[in-house]
Ligand binder design. Structure first.
Ligand SMILES: Cc1cc2nc3c(=O)[nH]c(=O)nc-3n(C[C@H](O)[C@H](O)[C@H](O)COP(=O)(O)OP(=O)(O)OC[C@H]3O[C@@H](n4cnc5c(N)ncnc54)[C@H](O)[C@@H]3O)c2cc1C
Ligand code: FES
Length: 287
């Protein structure tokens, strides 16, 4: 596997990547009907530095382990934030970990968004559903260094208005950091006055200098496929278009093969990969 394949550099790994470190849940916030954010602190007080886009293996003792992206601020490594959708046994145990509970954390693993490589140009974030969580650290990084970037767009598609994550962040990024936040929902019943439709339609509206744009995309694979095609159609170069590929993972360190996508082990070569690597792979449905 080559470091060239991943968009970001592999960050320093713990000495024993299989040994979970104990973290204690400090805060526990319900974001939507099925999604919670946990704020954790290391029991030994030693911070876990991470790059935006990396993930950890989170262990709920007795229930199992799941790969979860870090959704917190890379500038604040003393606290670790994870935003988790309750879909099965492990994630159910994680989202129900109340303040004071201990969880095991391995990592951080994988490649990052390498957002700073977009300095001097425009940045477009395209998120679908809980895909906004792995992008949040990258948005925070851009906001902290806002003057180094041109136009910044955040295009976000959620299933319903009730599924929109990080509402306070979205308002703050728009008001305080001149991020052009555009939200659309698949189903806009009730009192929703905003856009209804696919996030790809927001990409088609443009508003960014495509050839000088860094585009970071995260969401369900089918959404990423169409978002990437729309970004390419507008002229974003494939090497400046990055997707986070969330395949089945077990070890997180390139040994078990669960996450293999042709010659790539997505736990170490990804999850963030550039589109010039991914385009030929995504064209083949069985991969
Ligand atoms: C690199 C990486 C980063 C991730 N980051 C996050 C994150 O920030 N927040 C978060 O909530 N989840 C994230 N996930 C997905 C998360 O790991 C899975 O949802 C979790 O492993 C499910 O475990 P479970 O035992 O609770 O459910 P299971 O019993 O394993 O699965 C329950 C149901 O969910 C489906 N499912 C499981 N995993 C996925 C998946 N990856 N994509 C789509 N459907 C799936 C299964 O097919 C099944 O129908 C990430 C996955 C990867 C690989
Ligand atoms: S998760 Fe084991 S090789 Fe990637």
């Amino acid at each position: 596997m080559t470091a060239v394949a991943g968009a970001g550099s592999r960050a320093a790994r713990p000495r024993d990547p299989f040994l979970p470190r104990p973290f204690v849940v400090r805060r526990h916030r319900q974001d939507t009907r099925d999604t919670w954010t946990l704020v954790l602190e290391p029991v030994d007080g030693v911070p876990m530095p991470f790059a935006a886009g990396q993930f950890t293996m989170m262990q709920a003792f007795g229930a199992g382990e799941a790969p979860i992206s870090i959704s917190g601020d890379p500038a604040r490594p003393a606290v670790l934030e994870h935003t988790i959708r309750n879909v099965g046994a492990v994630t159910r145990a994680l989202v129900h970990a109340a303040p004071g509970a201990e969880l095991g954390i391995r990592g951080p693993f994988g490649t990052g968004w390498e957002v700073s490589s977009g300095r001097g140009g425009d940045v477009v974030f395209v998120a679908g559903g809980i895909g906004l969580a792995p992008l949040r650290p990258a948005v925070l990084e851009v906001c902290a260094d806002r003057a180094s970037y041109g136009r910044v767009l955040l295009l976000y598609g959620a299933r319903t208005p009730e599924d929109i994550l990080f509402g306070d962040d979205l308002r703050r990024w728009a008001a305080d950091h001149a991020v052009d936040v555009q939200v659309t929902v698949d189903n806009g019943q009730h009192a929703w006055q905003g856009r209804v439709g696919l996030v790809t339609q927001l990409v088609e509206r443009g508003g960014f200098d495509a050839v000088n744009t860094l585009a970071l995309v995260c969401g369900p694979e089918v959404m990423m496929r169409y978002a990437a095609m729309a970004l390419r159609a507008r002229g974003v170069p494939p090497a400046r278009l990055r997707l986070s590929m969330e395949r089945n993972m077990k070890c997180g360190v390139g040994l078990c093969g669960h996450c293999q996508l042709r010659e790539y082990f997505l736990c170490v070569d990804g999850p963030v990969l550039t589109y010039d690597v991914l385009e030929p792979l995504m064209a083949r449905a069985e991969l």
